[in-house]
Design a protein around this ligand. Sequence first.
Ligand SMILES: Nc1nc2c(ncn2[C@@H]2O[C@H](COP(=O)(O)OP(=O)(O)OP(=O)(O)O)[C@@H](O)[C@H]2O)c(=O)[nH]1
Ligand SMILES: [Zn+2]
Length: 287
Amino acid sequence: MKSIGGFYYVRADDADYECKARGSFRKNGNSPMAGDKVKISVPNDGFCAIEEILPRKNKLRRPALANLDILVLVCSTVEPLPNFTVIDKMTAAAVNNNMEPVIVVTKNDLENGDRIADIYRHAGFRVFLCSDDSSSQTEELKSYLHGKVSAFIGNSGVGKSTLLNRLFPSLSLETGQTSKKLGRGRHTTRVVELFELDGCFVADTPGFSTVDLQRYEMIDKTQLQYCFPEFEKYIGECMFTSCSHTCEKGCRILEALSDGEIEETRHRSYTQMYNEVKDIKLWQIKE
Ligand SMILES: Nc1nc2c(ncn2[C@@H]2O[C@H](COP(=O)(O)OP(=O)(O)OP(=O)(O)O)[C@@H](O)[C@H]2O)c(=O)[nH]1
Ligand SMILES: [Zn+2]
């Protein structure tokens, strides 16, 4: 659930165990992180210990977090306006990191969010419209997050805190307590913690900020097409096997674009991302 001061807090069968980690993890440069599934030993006396870290399906560096199932991308219809390029980069980064991107559109009460929702549903993603009105799909979103590990991301002002408090009313209390305990102005290392809220595991640092996917944005040009799920069924059908799907003759994806099967904003983002990485060699992308 979290690591702090050399201790790891492991939840098993609804109980929390304060554990040390075996020194061998540090030697391998592979310390336990929030989100890890681990095996622990619980001796009659002495410290509990993490004995083994099970294989991770993905891992983020900032915040340090493993096994993220869902990345919730929050955007608002207005104030601020949605930035499709940024959203598309984040969905691609999520797919590339083996996480499911889920789009939440807020402020539907100020301006109708159906068009934004349509773009992303058409691209094959789950979309929820969550606002201050009766049509809000907050409960549906909450069911969707049940049993999963998720993190929330979105521009300042889109309504992440509002959404989280609406999803988990107990949270405002919890974050309030956390920040009181840490003390204002004391800039300690940000502790990543998984909160178990009504059966949903929500990852964040105290005060809830955003996940930094910046480092993960660079996706190899041959891999990029697979990070746009709506392209998948056309891949392999272009005239040229090396087709970049940006400008070529006989490109099946460009054909789907002109038929309206692929959304313009999505293809525009793809092209922009492709142009950003096309001259970068693979070894420069991999760390
Ligand atoms: N009308 C309307 N206003 C909303 C909605 N959601 C959030 N807001 C308002 O938008 C403003 C920003 O909301 P926050 O929840 O603080 O946004 P945030 O994304 O957490 O912002 P940061 O903390 O800066 O990252 C607040 O004034 C909210 O009341 C909504 O669905 N409809
Ligand atoms: Zn093509």
